[in-house]
Ligand binder design. Structure first.
Ligand code: NAD
Length: 380
């Protein structure tokens, strides 16, 4: 019997419901795929509201230690603590484990209502840089002593005269490094090659931000040429780039031209949600945060805690479930993941889904979260 220990955070709000659904379906799929020769041992660790209630801290050291020890974990949504301390638990987890790739696959499931004519042409995997860019959180509020200091440094020492309203300006810093770019683009290229995907597109705003976004583009191409020369020469991998605003148009008009996307943090945030919306999947989009150098990875639902529907047996568990499928692929248990994908495809095509999706389908049959879970298990 091959066993793997996976720490999980059930999460706040709808978190426990989607986590339970995901675990039941994944356990059943593994049993089915491997005839009882493989098994996940789920290890609960806590964070968010539950941790605060029990231990007086939102992110206990034991939780971080468990993720470090087992290298892989999965989490439901966590409430964002209000007032001081931690800005976001998700950001704290990513930073502590240096999970530098935010991985977002976007594909269409037949039967799901989409706002575009050919959603089936969207099949992309986004590699969003997770640790740098304007998201590093280096910023100062207008009117603060720090903002004044930053301005005086810019003005007096750097000769900057372009700040239109210095007294009322907030300031933010956008660090983008060669190392940060290289590890992100390397992971994207390796993924494309390993998964038979034809191209990697570097999405950037290098036409305006020459050294940060422009550096990302240049360092990305140089890395690909240096480390994946053979694959590029043989036609196995095509490198291309696209300016972010043009990409948002092109991804709508000719999505079939794009496969793997490598992009910085802020662009990646916008691009992920737009593409997910294009396949009607914003509510079911999965995600993962990965460090491809150490192998550490945390898989997660991309929606929030949805407190308005918590405990009502109506939450859609698919975002967390599909993150679980990504996790199965990450550990090489692809067969179990394929069974789940196929069951979801058949369920959606026949109109069986939770209410959020079923109400948009012509043939929709709304199911409660528990009933949907059982339905998927029966289709495995
Ligand atoms: P939300 O995603 O929780 O909810 C937005 C709307 O979408 C709500 O109407 C909700 O009912 C609905 N919804 C969300 N997920 C759904 C699902 N799986 N099935 C059916 N309907 C669903 O966003 P919010 O209300 O802005 O945030 C609530 C809390 O979650 C906040 O504390 C926020 O900080 C946190 N949050 C956490 C994460 C995370 O842990 N990854 C992400 C986003 C927000």
């Amino acid at each position: 019997m091959e066993k793997i220990v996976i720490p999980f955070i059930a999460g706040d709000g709808v978190g426990p419901e989607v986590t339970q659904s995901m675990q039941h379906i994944i356990d059943a799929a593994i049993e089915k795929a491997y005839n009882g020769t493989r098994k996940i041992e789920w290890l609960e660790v806590i964070a968010g509201g539950k941790a605060f209630d029990q231990l007086g801290t939102y992110l206990p050291d034991e939780t971080l230690e468990a993720f470090k020890k087992y290298h892989i974990g999965i989490k439901g949504p966590l409430m964002t603590p209000v007032g001081g301390g931690i800005r976001s638990l998700n950001v704290a987890l990513r930073q502590t484990l240096d999970l530098y790739v935010c991985l977002r696959p976007v594909r269409y499931y037949k039967g799901i209502e989409s706002p575009v004519k050919k959603p089936q042409n969207v099949d992309m995997v986004i590699f969003r840089e997770n640790t740098e860019d304007i998201y590093a959180g280096i910023e100062w509020d207008a009117g603060s002593d720090e903002a004044r200091k930053v301005y005086s440094f810019l003005h007096e020492e750097m000769g900057v005269n372009k700040v239109r309203f210095p007294e009322t300006s907030s300031f933010g810093i956008k660090p983008v490094s060669k190392e940060g770019t290289e590890r992100l683009v390397r992971a994207a290229c390796r993924y494309a090659i390993d998964n038979g995907r034809p191209s990697v597109t570097i999405v950037h705003k290098g036409n305006i931000m020459k050294f940060t976004e422009g550096g990302f583009k240049r360092w990305g191409y140089e890395l690909a040429e240096r480390e994946f020369h053979e694959e590029i020469e043989s036609g196995k991998l095509r490198m291309q780039d696209c300016i972010a605003d043009a990409f948002l148009q092109n991804a709508l008009l000719k999505p079939e031209n794009y496969s793997v996307i490598a992009t910085l943090n802020l662009n990646g945030d916008y691009v992920s949600d737009m593409l997910a919306a294009q396949v009607g999947g914003i509510g079911i989009a999965p995600g993962a945060n990965i460090n491809y150098s150490t192998g550490d990875a945390i898989f997660e639902a991309t929606h929030g805690t949805a407190p308005d529907i918590a405990g009502k047996n109506i939450v859609n568990p698919c975002s967390n479930l599909l993150s679980g499928v990504m996790m199965l692929e990450h550990i090489g248990w692809n067969k179990a993941g394929e069974l789940i994908n196929s069951a979801l495809e058949r369920s959606f095509e026949a109109g069986y889904a939770t209410i959020d999706l079923a109400r948009l389908m012509d043939n929709g049959h709304p199911l409660g979260t528990r009933e949907f879970t059982q339905h998927i298990i029966s289709l495995l």
